[in-house]
Design a protein around this ligand. Structure first.
Ligand SMILES: Nc1ncnc2c1ncn2[C@@H]1O[C@H](COP(=O)(O)OP(=O)(O)O)[C@@H](O)[C@H]1O
Ligand SMILES: [Mg+2]
Length: 450
């Protein structure tokens, strides 16, 4: 299997129209007279899947106008034969699942950070179900870390993707293939979480229920992965502390499109603010937004109280409120957007986390000093509102403006509370650092008091 995986190129896993044999169709049609309807029929003959493009080869469309105004169409359609890389992938999947597998389709997923394709297939032993895996373009260093992390997390019983066709070994120093394959959470992973709550938008209290369920999932992986710290080390994965500087540069500074050094003052101020946090640290996901949480299906139905977590690329050591704030900020923004109103509290969401934490550890969440927890949650909320203010991949000016205003207002609220807790100097430094970066954004002036 390794031998085959070695030969597959990511670029060769193409979405397209593949068949086993050429198809020859001869049909008779009447009453059509525009090129559009000719195209429509051509599509029908092709299986009506999509408008034929450069990749499908439809040959020889011969149309003869008969005396009775009847058109005859003889068409010989030759589907592209299956690319060799797809055949090899079929063999890799067959050998991994120990059963004959037929690939049913390949879909491109719009690029987020990585290049990913979705591959649907049918297994001989369960021929009534359509299964899928995700195929990534691999990078020798990043993919080794990512698949190893997935492997460890999966082994800890956390619902996540399962590496297929590759078992990390403690001695590997680079990932050897051009593609990496991830299997679903269970046999049937569904839509991203964002899609699920969109389809529940008339029931905001049920949406809040899903948020509380996710708080418990976060508690579970915080606890399990923190216990498994040594396992990460054994595989050579260095779980460093989250890097505020890098995040601010890659998100806010890149989103603003300005020189990196202009952010230094703000980064120093945020690092300073972090020093007032408690030392309560866990293994944290660090990118737990609605697209990295996926739903689970049972037959035709979506199990809206059960989810899996994917995309562990940013995993690091951090305060538990980092993931809690990251999730909540994204969740609240989306829920407000789809429901119009969304009056549920972060505190109640955190209570759900605390309940699980208490159940699963000997440490009582309520034993922690309440004021310290309050400080931790405010510090992380400040940091995440800064990260989220600008996003390098957005390009709609209205959208950019709305996002910036939302997070700037939330940030100024948090900073007021930090001041009330007696940390005026830290809050002041952050405000100064931000004003330097945002002084030419007129729409933020009312919030920034400029
Ligand atoms: N195991 C999986 N289960 C379900 N969906 C997945 C899985 N792996 C990838 N995906 C889909 O592919 C998308 C991109 O994968 P992800 O690992 O999040 O990459 P990126 O770093 O580009 O965000 C996800 O948002 C999700 O829709
Ligand atoms: Mg992702």
């Amino acid at each position: 299997m390794e031998y085959l995986l070695d030969k597959i190129r990511f670029e060769g896993i193409e979405s397209g129209d593949y068949g086993q044999k050429p198809i020859i169709c001869t049909r008779q049609f009447s009453s059509f007279n525009s090129m559009d309807s000719i195209r429509g029929i051509k599509n029908k003959l092709l299986g009506a899947r999509h408008t034929p493009d450069k990749t499908s080869r439809a040959h020889e469309i011969k149309i003869t106008k008969g005396p009775e105004n009847i058109f005859y169409s003889k068409q010989i359609l030759e589907r592209k034969s299956k690319p060799i890389d797809i055949e090899r992938l079929e063999e890799v999947l067959s050998s991994s699942y120990n059963v004959n597998v037929a690939i049913a389709s390949v879909n491109d997923i719009p690029i987020t950070r990585k290049e990913v394709k979705e591959v649907y297939f049918i297994r001989d032993d369960d021929p009534e179900k359509l299964y899928k895996v995700w195929v990534f373009k691999a990078d020798p260093v990043a993919t080794l870390k990512e698949l190893t992390v997935y492997h460890i997390i999966y082994e800890q019983g956390i619902p996540t993707g399962k590496p297929v066709g590759y078992k990390p070994s403690k001695s590997d120093t680079t990932y050897p293939y051009d593609i990496a394959i991830l299997g679903g959470i269970v046999e049937n992973a569904g839509d991203p979480y964002s899609g699920v709550i969109k389809n529940m938008r008339m029931l905001p209290d049920k949406i809040f229920q899903t948020a509380k369920d996710i708080a418990q999932i976060i508690a579970d992986y915080h606890i399990k992965l923190t216990h498994a710290k040594d396992e990460f080390e054994r595989y050579g994965i260095d779980l460093h502390e989250a890097d505020i500087g890098r995040e601010i540069r890659e998100r806010l500074i890149a989103g603003l499109g300005i020189e990196a050094r202009l952010g230094d003052r703000l980064i120093d101020a945020c690092t300073g603010l972090q020093s007032i946090q408690s030392r309560l640290n866990v293994v944290s996901h660090e990118d737990i937004n609605e697209k990295n949480i996926v739903s689970v299906k049972s037959g035709d139905a979506i199990l809206y109280r059960k989810f899996g977590v994917i995309d562990w690329e940013s995993i690091a050591i951090n305060n538990p409120f980092s993931d809690l704030c990251d999730f909540w900020i994204h969740h609240k923004r989306q829920a407000l957007n789809i429901c119009g109103e969304y009056d549920f509290s972060f505190e109640e969401f955190v209570e759900s986390y605390a309940e699980r934490f208490q159940k699963k550890t000997n440490r009582q969440w309520t034993d922690f000093d309440k004021d310290r927890l309050r400080t931790d949650s405010l510090v992380q909320s400040v940091i995440w509102n800064i990260y989220e203010m600008y996003d390098p991949v957005r390009d709609d000016p209205e959208d950019i403006k709305d996002k910036a205003i939302t997070h700037c207002q939330a940030l100024w609220d948090d900073l007021r509370q930090i001041e009330n807790l007696g940390n005026k100097a830290h809050a002041g430094r952050i405000k100064k650092g931000l004003k330097i970066l945002l002084k030419d954004k007129a729409y933020l002036h009312p919030v920034l008091n400029l």
